[in-house]
Design a protein around this ligand. Structure first.
Ligand SMILES: *Cc1c(COP(=O)(O)O)cnc(C)c1O
Length: 456
């Protein structure tokens, strides 16, 4: 249970109803054996919890921009829904920026962070007035040139790495000593370089740090913000005016993948931040946050039909349509990214009965393509459905084209006025013609028309 007495039962009940309705309404079946489902009610609730958590800890009138990290769920209708809930966008590539713009997110509510921005990207961002955080001295140098040559409304800042240490997953630990992101603050001369950079550039007004992601303990995330705040205070004191007026604390709140209970909550994180860094919330600084996974993960479900069942080495195996193409991290690094799997019968009703240790396999042609290995579940039968839970961020929106498997369709769901489940298409399933086109179908002769070596 979380501090609101929320056990996640509402979310689980909505999910079960959606799976049943998806089968009933034909979104799932023999000819469409996999879909991604998004719980619109749940997404709205998480956005409201995020806003309330920071409203509670900030002085009245403090500017706070919650910018959703688009990479977590790069789907235009999701960004539009979040926009309606008062959430902006954090983008890290030309593609992500285009998605945010297609969703109608205004430049003033968009933040560009990425470690490899080209001159053209920087120019576009500054022309639009999008906030940019420089990752490193070379990038700041490029920005210098742009600031000299044109007027821009973009708030500009520097990303720092407080080097507070990593969490349990190396690949998502951004604040290790050797992380590739930002200016490594504890390296020799780095702190002085940042201070000088602000001193010499009156237009630099922000500090940014994103100290972790899944697997980071809350206290390390808080330490990262504490260090960033301390640096801002030091720089402003030294310059003698509040030149740094906004601190971007990044995202990274971890998600509980083991049950339907949300833990930690935004409220817990915001309170821990205020307890450790009260000065950050007294109204002298504007705030930017960049949460991704914690806004969407719990609200997505991949549902896949069991095509066949078999037994190998005495272990039952359910061969489904969900594997590495939709759950790439889980399949390649199951120790770091285990997912819960729920069993539904052929009508989409939760399956009960004695649990049996079994493998839930995907459709790809390599042995490791397992959604879950040795998992205790009600025994899956042919024509049943297996659902991978908490997959709304970094899963079905991040298709991996192994075996030319098609991107599944994604549908949002919410109750209609009659209390039935209504679906809306978020992304249509990829067609076979699209797969051929994206695989060079228009250039079939490209290689055979190049002259073979030695063949005059
Ligand atoms: C990925 C990323 C985020 C979002 O991280 P989550 O763990 O999904 O909350 C925020 N800011 C930056 C700079 C990122 O790279």
């Amino acid at each position: 249970m979380d501090e609101y007495g929320n056990t996640g039962e509402g979310r689980a009940a909505r999910r079960d109803e959606a799976v049943r309705a998806a089968v009933e309404q034909g979104l799932l079946g023999p000819d469409s054996p996999i879909v991604g489902l998004l719980d619109v009610t749940g997404i709205r609730e998480s956005a409201a919890e995020l806003r309330a958590a920071f409203d509670e800890v900030t002085a009245p009138g403090t500017p706070v921009l919650h910018a959703f990290a688009v990479k977590a769920t790069p789907l235009v209708p999701v960004l539009r829904l979040l926009r309606e809930e008062g959430i902006g966008a954090e983008v890290a590539s030309p593609g992500e920026l285009a998605l945010a713009r297609a969703a109608g997110i205004p430049p003033a509510r968009t933040v560009l962070d990425s470690p490899a921005k080209t001159p053209a990207e920087l120019r576009e961002a500054l022309a639009l007035g999008i906030a940019v955080n420089a990752d490193n001295p070379q990038e700041l140098h490029r920005i210098d040139g742009l600031v000299r040559s044109a007027v821009s409304r973009s708030p500009l800042g520097i990303r720092v790495n407080p080097q507070v240490g990593g969490g349990s997953i190396g690949a998502t630990s951004t604040a290790t000593a050797t992380s590739k992101f930002g200016v490594a603050l504890r390296d020799e001369g780095a702190r002085e370089w940042v201070a000088r950079a602000f001193d010499e550039r009156p237009w630099l007004s922000r500090l940014h740090a994103h100290t972790g992601s899944q697997g980071m303990p809350l206290d390390l995330m808080v330490r990262g913000v504490e260090e960033t705040y301390a640096l801002a205070e030091e720089i402003n004191r030294h310059i003698g005016r509040p030149q740094i007026d906004t601190i971007d604390i990044g995202g990274g709140l971890p998600v509980n993948f083991t049950s339907d209970v949300t833990t930690p909550t935004y409220a817990q994180y915001a309170r821990a931040l205020r307890a450790a860094v009260p000065g950050l919330f007294d109204g002298r600084y504007g705030l930017v946050t960049e949460f991704g996974r914690s806004l969407l993960a719990e609200h997505g479900t991949i549902v896949a039909r069991v095509e066949y069942t078999k037994s190998a080495g005495g272990r039952p195996v359910a061969v489904t349509h969900a594997g590495v193409q939709v759950a790439t991290r889980t399949v390649y690094a199951p120790g770091s990214w285990p997912l819960r799997v729920a069993a539904y019968d052929g009508k989409g009703r939760p399956k009960n009965g004695p649990v049996v240790v079994q493998d839930v396999a995907g459709p790809a042609c390599f042995a490791g393509d397992l959604l879950a290995e040795g998992r205790a579940l009600p025994l899956l039968d042919q024509g049943d459905y297996a659902a991978a839970l908490d997959t709304g961020a970094y899963y079905f929106a991040h298709h991996y084209a192994y075996n030319s498997l098609a991107r599944p369709g994604v549908h949002g769901f919410a109750p209609d006025p009659a209390g039935r489940v209504a679906f809306a298409t978020v992304r249509a399933p990829q067609t076979i013609a699209e797969i051929v086109a994206e695989s060079g179908g228009a250039y079939a002769d490209a290689l055979t028309t190049l002259r073979a070596p030695g063949n005059r």
